[in-house]
Design a protein around this ligand. Structure first.
Ligand SMILES: *Cc1c(COP(=O)(O)O)cnc(C)c1O
Length: 326
């Protein structure tokens, strides 16, 4: 008996198949024009992404980490300043602050929604606090569903002044070539990535709708399974379901059993930021953020992507039910 085809955590091939021709056309055009750095496609992508997000400006850059770092620097946040954020996020969030010269101040998450505990955030504010960073974890409210063909990042703002500063900072601190009045860095979105992103942006609303439909299907399929805690939305805000994260006991065993059965599950994220070796100089200890720590041992991300089929989801649900039973 041959094993049934596996279900990956994310299926980028399925997505590529739906837009292959559009991508070929857009990327070849960009290559032929040879305006590889800050080319026309970048400006067009910035215009279109600002419109999609309903903001006045978008400034594209090289990665999400850089976007965070540039955001802090554009606001003059650096040495001696603190930036408050939750401990249960991807390590790039504190890195963005640290690369900008500031210090991340971690707080705990809400035990139900796993989003930042707003009250804890308020309590963490000190004389040194210059920014609060609420991460839209797993895609609650906004998220991370527009991927490039490699690295890319973007910032949006309604401020003309900040947009102008960001454009300086991402390009060596320069508007006029070889004239540098500010310190900047090299963090530009490649033109070819902008061409890819413009193609994908045309599909993004439809893809978010498909993720929401898939999440609704998971809610139904998993509702009756004892021992599986479903994701708890914060409230009426939209969730774009970048990840579908349930909680189970004996998570590592359940994860292994799913993976052995061909179901690609994952953990986002297994180690809270304050317990990462790279952050040890910040002086945090185990026990500082009990919710973030407890949750790290229980969370389990199930496969979700716009192209996932009902049958695939059914199989995920069946395998998960089997795994939590024993
Ligand atoms: C992905 C991510 C980042 C970093 O983005 P990169 O493009 O990988 O640099 C930062 N913060 C959070 C919460 C993320 O999920």
């Amino acid at each position: 008996m041959s094993a049934p085809a596996g279900i990956p955590l994310v299926d980028l091939k399925a997505q590529f198949a739906t837009i292959a021709n559009e991508l070929r056309e857009a990327t070849v055009k960009a290559l032929e024009r040879t305006d590889y750095i800050l080319g026309g496609e970048v400006a067009e992508f910035e215009k279109e992404f600002a419109a999609w997000t309903g903001t006045k400006h978008c400034v594209a850059c090289a990665s999400g980490t850089d976007a965070l770092m540039l955001a802090f620097r554009s606001l003059g946040i650096g040495a001696g300043d603190e930036v408050v954020m939750q401990a249960n996020t991807f390590v790039a969030t504190p890195l963005g602050a640290i690369l900008g010269g500031a210090r991340p101040a971690f707080v705990d998450c809400d035990p139900k929604t796993l989003q930042v505990d707003i009250a804890a955030m308020e309590k963490a504010i000190t004389q040194k606090t210059r920014a609060l960073v609420p991460v839209h974890l797993y895609g609650q409210a906004v998220g991370k569903n527009l991927g490039a063909a490699g690295d890319g990042g973007a910032l949006t703002t309604n401020s003309d002044e900040i947009a102008q500063k960001l454009k300086l900072l991402r390009n060596y601190g320069s508007v006029v070539k070889y004239v540098h009045d500010t310190f900047g860095t090299n963090s530009r979105l490649d033109t070819i990535q902008a061409a890819v992103l413009r193609v994908k942006l045309r599909h993004l609303t439809k893809w978010v709708d498909a993720r929401q439909a898939a999440a609704a299907r998971f809610h139904e399929l998993l509702a009756g399974i004892k021992g599986v805690t479903l994701p708890a939305p914060c409230g009426k805000e939209e969730h774009c379901w970048h990840l579908y994260v349930v909680r189970v006991e004996e998570r590592d065993r359940v994860l292994k059993q799913l993976q052995d059965a061909g179901v690609g599950a994952g953990i986002h994220y297994p180690i809270p930021c304050h317990l990462q070796g790279a952050m040890k100089d910040l002086g945090y200890r185990k026990g500082d953020f009990p919710n973030a720590e407890a949750t790290a041992g229980k969370i389990l991300s199930l496969p979700i992507y716009p192209e996932i089929t009902g049958d695939q989801q059914k199989r995920v649900a069946e395998e998960l039910a089997k795994a939590v039973k024993k």
